[in-house]
Design a binder for this molecule. Structure first.
Ligand code: GSH
Length: 348
């Protein structure tokens, strides 16, 4: 009996000592191979869409801009202290696997759905989901079509190398509907195929449909059907060879979500630096709280990320919110405290 009590006391004491040592004095961290490469290069190589308005598209200054782009910027701010230290690699859907496997990019942030087979076959580590999406169908408004059943026998434009090709087949066969796929390797060609009347409908993620519709000549001429055919959790990804780098990407994304929950924005972050709330001090790496130092990056990395890029809500609103041509609802992408799925684990 005495031995058991002594053992419990000893284990508790060790556990306590361990916590104190880790929290106050993090040992030097060996950064991963990819993190080191980024530091040596002074630049992050980030794979993005070839052009999807709101998510990743060239602006008037010839720079990539958008919701997906901001996660590249956030990781560059976390590791290099500079959100502009990113070189972008535009990737067609079918180029993604090779890009992540070849080491041509450090990470990808490109409306990419996390799936079992991609996780395994691409040799990728998916970061937390940045946009919960689902596949939709778009038709010309003058067809009057509102239900998928009315697309019996229709030809449908879809891009190869995407999850949307297989989902389309599933959705139609499950309902006993026939259809004729018109498959294109190139996004622009898929859209042109639909616009030119070669297809009766166009299918991709609903976010993608909203982007194409809003930037078309006459948005009212296109209708996105109510139905959602699949789950498309879109997430950035990194090569699975560097778990340390993958962790940095993951905690940067969680940090953006947590910042929104705390109400910390690019505008007010400085006023939080002197906060006496322990949770916020830990989050910002203030005082002697370890944060980024666990990963060999600036201890207050989240201060830099928020200052330069904003929190998750700011990113969403800036690129996709009510003042943009897309006007997307937060929906599943609201914070968990507002009934959505955006939830960050504790920074401690
Ligand atoms: N989320 C789906 C679809 C992503 C996707 O690639 N969608 C097309 C929509 S047309 C796209 O963005 N294409 C742009 C390109 O290939 O450059 C996936 O991960 O496979």
């Amino acid at each position: 009996m005495f031995k058991r009590v002594a053992l419990i006391v000893l284990v508790a004491a060790l556990a306590l000592t361990g916590v104190v040592v880790v929290a106050q004095d993090t040992p030097p961290v060996a950064v991963g191979e990819i993190t080191q490469r980024i530091m040596d290069r002074g630049e992050l190589l980030c794979g993005v869409n070839t052009g999807l308005a709101g998510f990743a598209a060239l602006n008037d200054a010839g720079e990539y801009e958008g919701f997906d782009v901001d996660f590249c910027r956030a990781v560059a701010a976390a590791i290099l202290g500079d959100a502009n230290a990113v070189s972008y690699r535009p990737l067609q859907a079918g180029e993604r696997q090779a890009a992540i496997q070849s080491g041509e990019i450090d990470m990808m942030s490109r409306n990419t759905t996390r799936t079992l087979s991609r996780d395994a076959v691409w040799g990728a580590t998916f970061a937390p989901v940045t946009f919960y999406d689902g596949q939709g169908l778009m038709v010309r408004t003058d067809t009057g079509i509102t239900q998928i059943e009315e697309l019996e026998g229709a030809s449908i434009c879809v891009q190869s190398g995407t999850t949307t090709e297989l989902n389309l087949a599933d959705a139609f066969s499950q309902r006993g509907l026939s259809y004729e796929p018109q498959v294109f390797a190139d996004a622009a060609a898929t859209w042109e195929g639909y616009l030119s009347g070669r297809c009766d409908a166009f299918t991709t993620d609903k976010s993608g449909l909203a982007a194409y519709r809003a930037t078309s000549e006459d948005p009212g001429a296109h209708t996105i059907l109510e139905i959602t055919l699949s789950k498309e959790p879109l997430a950035p990804l990194t090569p699975q060879s560097d778990a340390q780098f993958a962790d940095i990407v993951a905690w940067t994304i969680y940090g953006l979500i947590q910042a929104e929950e705390f109400g910390i924005t690019s505008e007010n972050v400085d006023s939080f630096l002197t906060s006496d709330v322990p949770e916020i001090q830990r989050f910002l790496g203030a005082g002697d709280n370890a944060a980024g130092s666990y990963y060999g990056i600036a201890n207050d990395f989240m201060v830099t990320v928020i200052r330069q890029v904003g929190n998750y809500g700011e990113i969403f609103t800036r690129h996709l919110g009510p003042d943009t041509p897309f006007g997307l609802e937060r929906g599943l992408n609201a914070l968990w405290t507002d009934g959505g799925l955006m939830y960050a684990p504790p920074f401690r």
